[in-house]
Ligand binder design. Sequence first.
Ligand code: SAM
Length: 362
Amino acid sequence: MPTKTKIVNYKAISLFSNCGAGDIGFRKAGFQFEVMAELDPRRLEVCLLNHPYAEGVKDDLRETWTEVVEKYKARCSNEPPFLLSACPPCQGMSSARSNRGKEEDADAGSKDSRNLLVEVIAKVASELKPKLIVVENVPAFLTRKVRHPETNESVSAASLLISRLAEDYEVFPLITDLCDYGVPQTRKRAFLTFVKKDLEGLKQFTETSTIPFPRPTHSDEFNGGISISQALKEMHLPILDAKTSEKAKSNDPLHFVPVWNDWHYSMIAAFRRIQVQVLGRMTNVQSVEKLRLVWRTFCVQNVIRLYYARLLKTKKEIIDLLKGFGLRVTEECRLTNLRQPLQRQAVISEATIQYIHLKIVF
Ligand SMILES: C[S@@+](CC[C@H](N)C(=O)[O-])C[C@H]1O[C@@H](n2cnc3c(N)ncnc32)[C@H](O)[C@@H]1O
């Protein structure tokens, strides 16, 4: 994807880079990646297309981290990187699957060796001494317990990393929802920003009690989130239809949908009916009072989830439906692709469904 790039001069390295998508943001902010490391060779190949200036290190970082250090030093000699960006894999953090054990179960957490990959970040940092380290992960990164490799204590992966870097770095944690920064999707993420203790700017942060994170640009306080329909509209893409192979694709090779068989297609198309049934089942009444009561139990900070299928005229239909119940919808938030909640409700287990968050005033 073409990107508008700022004048680049801050040297950076990236670990667990994947295709380098997140690091494009850093590049736009003025960082230049010298070395990028990724396990999967195909992902690394794409990453280097996205960051042509960088040198790649492939394979398992537990084996290759010294190569990252050597390559960086060969390119930049003794100048420390300004930034180390790292986004270790998050699959092992989740306690959703039973074989991962409870979040508090440190033995189960350590069984997935990916949960200890933060060690690699600490090793590279201790060799290259970057001024800033930014680690991004799912919120469970801050809570999922693992066994400390030396003390055997039960600690979170984040705490393990913090303890490894404590001597040289001050850490600033943040849990945020990326929709507050204009991503058309609800995506909660944890960030740890480590600032080198001898960095002049750190004094400013501590003296003024500020934190090194940008302010949200799209939270409720500001403009509100960007919906998926707004985001798609900006791309000026033709509307697709999963019914036939001609209508399921466009001239843009990246803009296509799978062709569904008749059964799948009609099931999704019938979703409106099911949606009404779901609401009916949830409420079991026509009374607005009872509806409010039931929905409150579904609410997290006044945000409720309503399911809908892609083929419907989503927002308007749902809003009309809610208005019919006498509820006022104040804000459309964003969309997320989620199968699980639907599976739990056993409504349409196979459908690719998305859900919409609506803010309701009770
Ligand atoms: C969560 S993704 C990183 C996403 C990235 N920040 C982006 O914006 O696309 C984690 C990446 O770490 C890679 N990875 C997992 N284990 C690794 C290892 N042992 N060594 C190097 N890379 C690894 C995975 O292949 C995956 O691409």
